[in-house]
Design a binder for this molecule. Structure first.
Ligand code: DGP
Length: 225
């Protein structure tokens, strides 16, 4: 039986260096001869992703709940692909995931539980690394762009919701680590690698599901908050 590969999520505020770190990690695993795929959420290439892209660029407006559900649907579009890659031994790195979904929508005033609900049942990560940075330091790194959420006060609120998510995930037994992303790229990637190495040989079948009640007779890393 092929060994199941780990599912690794990199989360963080805008400009925390998360895409760079996800890509460094992907290259590192590849250089070791491990099969790996990098997914970026939102995936703006799909039909749903194009609607999200237009919303983020403020070219269209959508009800807060409607856009929340689209972000979630964009993850569901890839859920079975993620699971089947993992089962076949390909490591998955996701640049953002359901946690961004909760953080960016709950800061608008939507209920935390409501924001969590559409993502219940998605493949659960084996490791989530949150790249933490002070929003003013993030902004000083060449400035935010022009997209909808790229403002310091939005990022501050989002960071607070991430703190709640971290508490709840850790309490539920998930592997969630906070990494100081205000340091050099090399220092951060070294830390990322230490955490990834610690889980490489410790993932179990089957792939867990996010926030779902365990069903009778089901084994695995079920992460319920
Ligand atoms: P990025 O391509 O990583 O810069 O992400 C684009 C923006 O979309 C970023 O400001 C964070 C936001 N975002 C990512 N995922 C979600 C989500 O699931 N829900 C909401 N509301 N926003 C999200």
């Amino acid at each position: 039986m092929t060994r199941r590969a780990p599912f690794i999520v990199v989360e963080g505020l805008d400009r925390s260096g998360k895409s760079t770190q996800a890509s460094i990690l992907c290259d590192h695993l590849t250089s070791l001869g491990l099969p790996v795929e990098l997914f970026k959420f939102p995936d703006r290439r799909t039909a749903i992703g194009k609607m999200i892209d237009s919303y983020l660029r403020s070219e269209s407006d959508l009800d807060d709940r409607a856009i929340h559900l689209l972000f979630s649907a964009n993850r569901w579009e890839l859920a079975s692909t993620i699971s089947s890659h993992l089962e076949k031994g390909t490591t998955i790195i996701a640049d953002r995931y359901a946690f961004s979904g909760i953080a960016f929508s709950a800061r608008k005033g939507l209920s935390y539980k409501w924001c969590q609900a559409p993502d219940v049942g998605l493949p659960a990560p084996d490791l989530t690394m949150f790249l933490d940075i002070e929003p003013d330091i993030a902004q000083a790194r060449g400035g935010y762009g022009t997209e909808r959420y790229e403002q310091e006060e939005v990022q501050r609120d989002v960071r607070q919701v991430f703190e709640r998510i971290e508490k709840e995930m850790t309490h539920a037994g998930a592997r969630w680590v906070k990494i100081d992303a205000g340091r050099t790229q090399k220092e951060v990637s070294q830390d990322v690698w230490v955490h990834v190495q610690s889980i490489l040989d410790s993932v179990h079948h089957p792939v867990g599901t996010l926030w779902e009640e365990p069903q009778e007779g089901t084994l695995g890393s079920i992460v319920k908050v």
